[in-house]
Write a protein that binds this ligand. Structure first.
Ligand code: TXA
Ligand code: MG
Length: 327
């Protein structure tokens, strides 16, 4: 089944190239639902970044996700639910989770909760908790509803690398054999905020598109969590060119140029625009062949925390082509 799905896609690829040269081989939502039902993985758009989706009930399909990403199997995956799929099936819920879900779902928020027995060990890496998101992107919702079951979906990039915000980026990361539903560029552009709601006070595990301020407005002051997740690896989101983060990129550029280095600058934009452009720009600048990328820190009161978090990890992981990221 797997092999025939792949050869069909290659065939489709050739046909489409004849029709529109340069266009990407993508699949419809209906095709994608069939492939998922056959145990294959499919990349699809969410409003944050593209996800690499697989049937959350299928250990084999989930194993393929880890293999394609080159991701260690003890790094847990986010379970994605459609609007009609009850949270209670997967997690033991509580007041904080209900309040945050009511405020931000569907949307760029993921909640860590105690899991039910329906959640496979392959999803959580053996943890007793599960991370759950209800995405808002219409194509993600159509896919969940056409498939009819929960999907696991990590970001559709190789482990430790820059996340994909366009279908072409998924291809560049994961190759030709992965079917992609093309939803155009992601509108948010950085990953969901992950909030641990298992403790006495909710705690942010990964800053993201929903800001600390927005979350505190719903549940009050946040606590801290000692849970360590792959999105909080010191090196992550990394371009292959060396990257430095600076509050004054022009001064940094002058210094570097004086040393004979070729530089490219990623300038800050207003928060939402910077988040939306961040990964595509890192990819583009990474392809220029310069010696160093200089990224301007964000001063945005809301999205700045998440943008600067990604930049700091990209800085630490950058310039290490061929090496695996470490914690
Ligand atoms: O915006 C997003 O969240 C995207 C889109 C595709 O939904 N997904 C995404 O998935 O960023 P991924 O796998 O790249 O990052 C998921 C993060 C990882 O850092 C993982 O360790 C953490 O979620 N995570 C998953 N389950 C967890 C759990 N039970 N406890 C703590 N962290 C967990
Ligand atoms: Mg990721």
């Amino acid at each position: 089944m797997l092999a025939s799905g792949r050869s069909e896609r290659r065939h489709r690829h050739r046909d489409e190239e004849e029709v529109a040269e340069g266009s990407l081989p993508t699949v419809t939502v209906a095709d994608a639902a069939v492939l998922l039902a056959q145990g294959e993985v499919v990349a699809f758009p969410t409003e944050t970044v593209y996800g690499l989706g697989a049937d959350a009930r299928s250990p084999l399909a989930i194993r393929q996700v880890f293999a394609l990403k080159g991701r260690p199997t003890d790094h847990p995956l986010i379970l994605h639910l459609g609007e009609q799929m009850p949270l209670d099936d997967w997690a033991l819920t509580n007041d904080a989770a209900r309040a945050l879900g009511a405020a931000f779902w569907p949307g760029p928020l993921s909640l860590v909760l105690p899991r039910t027995s329906a959640v496979l060990d392959e999803v959580t890496g053996g943890l007793e908790t599960v991370c759950i998101r209800r995405p808002a992107h219409p194509i993600a919702q159509q896919l969940l509803s056409a498939f009819g079951h929960a999907l696991v979906a990590p970001s559709a990039n190789r482990f430790g690398r820059v996340s994909a915000t366009e279908a072409a980026h998924v291809r560049a990361e994961l190759g030709e054999d992965v079917a992609v539903v093309d939803g155009g560029p992601a509108t948010v552009g950085i990953e969901s905020t992950i909030v641990d709601v298992t403790g006495p006070r909710p705690a942010i595990l990964r800053p993201g598109a929903v800001s600390r301020r927005q979350i505190e407005a719903i549940v009050g002051p946040l606590g801290s969590s000692t849970v360590r997740v792959s999105g909080t690896l010191d090196r992550h989101y990394a371009p292959r060119t060396g990257l430095v983060v600076s509050a004054d990129p022009d001064a940094e550029a002058e210094r570097r140029k004086a040393q004979g280095q070729r530089v490219a600058i990623l300038r800050a934009l207003p928060g939402a625009s910077y988040a939306r452009a961040l990964y595509a720009e890192l990819r583009r600048l990474d392809g220029l062949g310069v010696d160093v990328l200089i990224a301007e820190r964000s001063a945005d009161p809301d999205l700045g925390e998440a943008i600067n978090d990604r930049l700091a990890r990209a800085e630490r992981g950058s310039g290490r082509a061929g090496e695996e990221p470490t914690g």
